[in-house]
Design a binder for this molecule. Structure first.
Ligand code: SF4
Ligand code: SF3
Length: 500
């Protein structure tokens, strides 16, 4: 077992079927085995009703997401803390194709839900309803007798509970950091020491902002942290300067030789290259062997000292801006304008082009798709897939930019809320709106969001860049027949079909 593994949880899985010797993501066979053991121990605990705290449950599950934790010692610590015999995940893999497919779908959805719940719990919000479901779902995965009839409803329920947690997180973020508002974010890096913060955890960012205040160290967001600039309680810090770099999959190139410290609060961490390994730090569920981990009381001094030691640039680097902060409050505050524009024909259609980014060349689809959308359409976007097109200037409609960045994948609730409000205003169902969802997926939070969209009954979602390897032919048929889920083809063909 030492040098073999089986992982098919993300979109870049080897050969589109499964990583068997080492992960395309850089995960070793041993790390994959330990992540299976973390999951297996949590399944046993759920089946026995053993005492595992919500903190431990959520952090341990978060650590098994793609590009989060590569550190065997950290995973072994989770296993010791859970302290239960492992349920062997190979039993799931030996089941018939459809059972295996649904159990995997449920497990990956649960991992996504756990990641979102982790952030809500970090802000001291009550996640007991969420963790109760997670335990029930984990127990079901270990149930040898369960088949389609039991697992399909649970997968749909996972989508429902994911909306509950996203709504909770939306409230938690809003009440803690204020209501996000449209914000222009600089992409220029000022001279002097700086820290680049990646991942989704606003709570960690806030702590770092407090600890760096008055120290002459600037803070830049990276990847999914970009929308942090839209929150009043974060943007009030003058040293939260701007955004560094682009999407997560470019980090090995963009971080190389940069005289700054980097802090990863969540996914997506890639194995660091020698040109910057000495300056990358992890916190929370993230880990990588050899990188310093900031745990416990979150004293970020090592990160701050490293930034000061490296000193930053001598002159301004880079230029340009991004715009973010079009959450449900911002969009719905101009709902009347939007509704009038739809009625008058000034806005013909909305596209939600959202989800994850990744390294595959096929992901150019999303750039080309957005570029080719007609001038009288609006593009709502969220999550890190937006880096494929958020530097484009597509103009405005009625004063509203044509590309509206609603935030992180964690803010998917905003998109749901806007869609439901529009359906309400037009007195129709969401599927009758002039709205098309064009979703890109990579990791397990996207799986949870996809289940949420299905739970809401949203049809005809275009999914890419490739379909999940864990979906069996029968499960795929079910999704196609009941929800019209379809793989992306070419931007030209898909747009012709949608607009026609
Ligand atoms: Fe492979 Fe993705 Fe699993 Fe990494 S997370 S081992 S790339 S399937
Ligand atoms: Fe991105 Fe990794 Fe999924 Fe939050 S940060 S969306 S891929």
């Amino acid at each position: 077992m030492e040098n073999t593994m089986f992982c098919m949880q993300c979109e870049q899985t080897a050969g589109g079927t499964g990583c068997l010797k080492a992960g395309v993501c850089g995960k070793s066979a041993n790390t994959a085995r330990l992540q299976d053991e973390v999951t297996g121990a949590l399944i046993t605990a759920a089946r026995k009703g053993a005492d595992v705290t919500d903190d431990l449950l959520l952090e341990a599950l978060f650590a098994t997401l793609t590009n989060v934790n590569f550190d065997d010692a950290a995973l072994e610590k989770f296993i010791a803390q859970i302290d239960q015999p492992f349920y062997d995940l190979y039993k799931v893999r030996d089941a018939d194709a459809d059972t295996r497919s649904l159990k995997t779908l449920l497990l990956l959805g649960v991992r996504g839900v756990a990641a979102y719940a982790y952030h809500a719990l970090a802000l001291d919000y009550d996640v007991s309803e969420i963790t109760a479901f997670i335990r029930r779902a984990l127990a079901a995965i270990g149930e040898a007798e369960y088949g389609l009839d039991e697992l399909l409803p649970l997968a749909m329920e996972c989508g429902k509970i994911n909306i509950t947690v996203l709504e909770l997180l939306d409230r938690a973020n809003g009440e803690t950091f204020g209501t996000p508002a449209p914000t222009t974010v600089s992409r220029a890096i000022a001279p002097g020491p700086f820290i680049v913060v990646s991942g989704h955890d606003l709570h960690d960012l806030k702590k770092l902002l407090v600890q760096t205040e008055g120290k002459g160290v600037n803070i830049y967001t990276h990847g999914e942290m970009l929308p942090a600039h839209a929150y009043p309680e974060l943007k009030k810090y003058a040293h939260l300067k701007g955004n560094f770099g682009t999407a997560w999959q470019n980090q090995q190139k963009e971080f190389d030789g940069v005289p700054a410290a980097f802090l990863f609060t969540t996914n997506c961490l890639m194995p660091p290259k020698p040109g910057y390994t000495d300056r990358v730090f992890t916190t929370a569920a993230v880990g990588y062997p050899g990188l310093e981990h900031i745990g416990g009381e979150k004293d970020f001094s090592p990160v701050i000292n490293k930034a000061i030691e490296l000193g930053g640039y001598k002159e301004v680097r880079g230029n340009g801006t991004f715009t973010t902060g079009f959450g449900h409050n911002a969009v719905l505050s101009v709902a009347d304008t939007v509704i009038d524009a739809v009625k008058s024909g000034a806005i013909k259609r909305f596209f939600l082009v959202g989800g994850c980014d990744g390294a595959k060349p096929g992901r150019n689809y999303y750039t080309d798709f957005v570029k080719q959308t007609p001038d009288d359409t609006i593009i709502l976007t969220l999550a890190c897939g937006k880096y494929r097109f958020n530097d484009l200037d597509l103009g405005t409609i009625g004063g509203l930019p044509r590309i509206l960045d609603m935030g992180q994948c964690n803010d998917a609730y905003s998109a749901v809320k806007v869609a439901l409000a529009l359906a309400d205003a037009f007195e129709c169902g969401v599927n009758d709106l002039p709205l098309t969802l064009v979703i890109s997926w990579y990791e397990q939070k996207a799986v949870a969001i996809l289940l949420s969209l299905l739970h809401l009954g949203i049809k005809n979602i275009l999914l890419g860049p490739s379909l999940p390897a864990f979906v069996s032919p029968n499960v795929l048929n079910y999704l196609v027949e009941n929800f019209g889920v379809a793989p992306i083809s070419t931007p030209e063909a898909d747009l012709a079909k949608i607009m026609g």
